[in-house]
Design a protein around this ligand. Structure first.
Ligand SMILES: NC(=O)c1ccc[n+]([C@@H]2O[C@H](COP(=O)([O-])OP(=O)(O)OC[C@H]3O[C@@H](n4cnc5c(N)ncnc54)[C@H](OP(=O)(O)O)[C@@H]3O)[C@@H](O)[C@H]2O)c1
Length: 333
């Protein structure tokens, strides 16, 4: 597994990250397979020996459950892993702007200094650690000046409680505003062959500043793996309720995946490998966060890094995905 440097932080990690929202479970992933926590722990324990030591989580993944699971699984092994988690969305009280209702809890967005400080304390307790390697603001907000949020993050860094700062669900203007106050080493944004917006100007801006693009959703929440059949319907409130999961688009998605399967066949790789290889082809700064709960997914996903797509195959995938996007835009299905 290739190694990356997280910006200029001095932290080195695997180029592949295991995303653990899915392990957190709850209503967001309620309709996506049975829960098997013994298997999740097996994945987390096996990963470093397979070259993968970067783990991504957030307080809201399963409303605390993902961080707690990681805390228990990594107890006594913390130094073998690089952990990213996030601040700015909480459910401990009603301070902030109402974000959403999930798992019977109401989450609020709040990037005020006092609130992200509490977020950090809560995460350190759940993760059973005294430092976070990479700490993200989870979503951006106009309610708190960037100077206040970033000032507090820089204090946390000085105290050794976090080692690097990142921002997520952001726009180029957010990155520029944070960078005016202090060093940002990573952004975390959605990026896959269907959702390509990040690959334009924002990726170039990251490149200019040596900020890593820690991209999630490379498999479009499982859709690009070929595991979603014609009849699959995400449960209400599921993380899979994106435009691409609309039942009316399913036959077009499956037809596109048949073409992708032909391309994958030439590389002897899985559809999941092909989708991740597309993301990797965009820039050496792109480092995917792949949602993984099963050993089978871990072992297979690692193989994505051996697939080097030709420019012709990347263009073919782009064309197929663009036709689908045109169809989705032209219909209100
Ligand atoms: N910053 C943010 O706002 C934000 C938002 C969304 C996600 N994220 C992060 O990104 C992570 C992943 O992104 P995502 O949630 O959008 O999901 P994703 O990575 O697009 O898809 C995840 C699904 O793909 C399946 N999968 C993974 N590797 C596979 C393989 N090789 N073969 C077949 N299936 C495979 C997994 O199945 P199994 O579960 O069965 O292994 C998993 O359920 C999250 O866990 C989270 O850490 C961050």
């Amino acid at each position: 597994m290739r190694r990356i440097h997280i910006g200029t932080s001095g932290i080195e990690a695997s180029a592949m990250t295991i995303g653990t929202w899915e392990m957190g479970g709850g209503t967001a992933w309620g309709s996506w397979g049975a829960r098997d926590e013994a298997e999740y722990v097996k994945v987390l324990h096996a990963a470093p020996d397979l070259g993968v030591d970067f783990i991504d989580t957030a307080p809201v993944y399963g409303t605390g459950h993902s961080e707690e699971l990681i805390g228990k699984a990594l107890a006594g092994r913390r130094s073998k892993y690089v952990i990213s988690t996030k601040c700015g969305i909480h459910w401990r009280d009603t301070d902030g702007v109402r974000e959403y209702e999930r798992d019977g809890k109401t989450a609020y967005r709040n990037l005020a200094a006092y609130s992200i400080r509490k977020d950090l304390e809560d995460s350190l307790r759940r993760l059973q650690t005294d430092y976070v390697d990479l700490y993200y603001t989870h979503r951006q907000s106009d309610d708190t000046p960037v100077e206040e949020t970033m000032g507090e993050l820089l204090r946390m860094k000085q105290e050794g409680k976090i080692r690097a700062i990142g921002i997520s669900k952001s726009k180029p203007a957010h990155l520029e505003a944070y960078l005016r106050v202090g060093r940002v080493d990573a952004v975390q944004e959605e990026f896959n062959v269907l959702d390509r917006a990040f690959g334009g100007g924002y990726l170039d801006l990251c490149s200019q500043h040596g900020v890593i693009a820690h991209c999630y959703g490379s498999l479009a929440k499982g859709l690009l793996t070929g595991r979603i059949g014609a009849d699959y319907v995400p449960a209400p409130g599921s993380a899979q309720n994106s435009v691409w999961f609309r039942p009316a688009l399913r036959s077009d998605i499956l037809a596109m995946l048949d073409e992708f399967r032909e391309i994958a066949g030439a590389y002897g790789c899985s559809l999941a490998n092909l989708a991740t290889a597309w993301v990797l082809s965009r820039s050496p700064l792109v480092t995917p966060v792949i949602g993984i709960r099963r050993m089978e997914s871990l072992v297979d996903s690692i193989k994505s890094f051996d697939v080097k797509l030709t420019p012709d195959d990347v263009s073919r995938m782009d064309c197929l995905a663009q036709s689908l996007a045109n169809k989705a835009a032209a219909t209100s299905v």
